[in-house]
Design a protein around this ligand. Sequence first.
Ligand SMILES: O=C(O)C1=C[C@@H](OP(=O)(O)O)[C@@H](O)[C@H](O)C1
Ligand SMILES: C=C(OP(=O)(O)O)C(=O)O
Length: 415
Amino acid sequence: MHLSWPGSPLRGTAQLPASKSEANRALILQALAGGGTLSNLSDAHDTQLMRRLLAAAPSTNVLDAEDAGTVMRFLTAYLSVTNWRGQLTGTARMQERPVAVLVDALRQAGASISYLKQEGYPPLELAGFAADPGATTEPTTLAVRGDISSQYISALLMVGPRLPGGLRLQLTGHIGSRPYINMTVALMQMFGADYTAQDDTFVVRPNAYQPTDYTVESDWSAASYWYSLVALAPAGSEITLPWLREESLQGDQAIVGMMSHFGVETTFLPDGIHLRQQPVPEASGALAFDFTDCPDLAQTVAVIAAARGLPVEMTGLESLRIKETDRIAALQTELAKFGGDLRDMGEGRFRAESSGFIVNNQSVATYHDHRMAMAFAPLAMLGSLTIESPGVVKKSYPQFWRELAKSGFTVSEAE
Ligand SMILES: O=C(O)C1=C[C@@H](OP(=O)(O)O)[C@@H](O)[C@H](O)C1
Ligand SMILES: C=C(OP(=O)(O)O)C(=O)O
């Protein structure tokens, strides 16, 4: 996609997709509850895929989770406890994204799961569920490490009420993406689950979910690209983003604080937020952000730090290597095209920085990763550029290019 900006301030309202994280939990909970109405489900591919696969499961024995991590992990648990039998597969990249922690835990709970190709990775063969009949009054007790993906933990928690004696889940080690775990239990509770949490041990009681109506909030991760646009746009720029809430279940709301350092001021409205560009505050020392709780914001911030020449020390990036692509390698390669870098400082510390950052008709590769496309697109505020394979955005924000065009960008298919 070829992008250029006419040079005027950015103004108006941009539509966001609904959160795919909230939606994919709500869809699993709705399926387990056997009813309820979900509003504001987005047309994001990951959401539509989850919906389709849940509907198809009873009548097929091959399901393809494609490149959707939540779909792969949540369905592995859901299909296990609902005694589905068949093969659950995914794209070539999904077959490189680990699932052993989840599979080991589900096997302990009574699931028969085997690996069809590489040990520890999809595709999986699911062959039914037989919880220990002698243990029906005691909760299934599992200990699961929290440092690879929180999606395993969310997947297990959501099926907890379905296990004969419920679930006692102890998280071990360093916990990443914790707000996603909090989102899971908050939604479970709305759907009638009963749980307690203490010192990283969750106890989920074995009661049935209730059919529940739920309206999905707009997506804060998607909002982060509009923060970048406002930060890079000419002085006086502002934009309204509807249906984001101050009381959010999404940890990526952390973008509000991070982007204040790049001169983007957020005002909460009754039905959304308003972003306004302000002068960049005087830095009181080098910026340092930890992405342990909000890994999906890392690309947005790395690109903006390099583009604005405001270096940021970034930690908590471990999980980026096993997402849609190795996001650290992808950022390093693509930032280098502009004079930027994500420098590995050792011991888990990286530094997003630049020397002479320039946007001048470069072509950005996207590595099958929606966030590579959307994190680099705002650079078109500084000069023309091309985003390769623009269709990748469909995973979470299919209307992204249309919204850029509506806001004033010249957006044309690259030859
Ligand atoms: O549970 C979720 O909805 C998600 C959890 C995070 O993954 P990890 O827990 O693997 O970090 C995040 O990166 C992903 O986009 C969505
Ligand atoms: C990591 C992501 O998604 P998932 O793990 O669900 O594929 C993402 O959307 O950035």
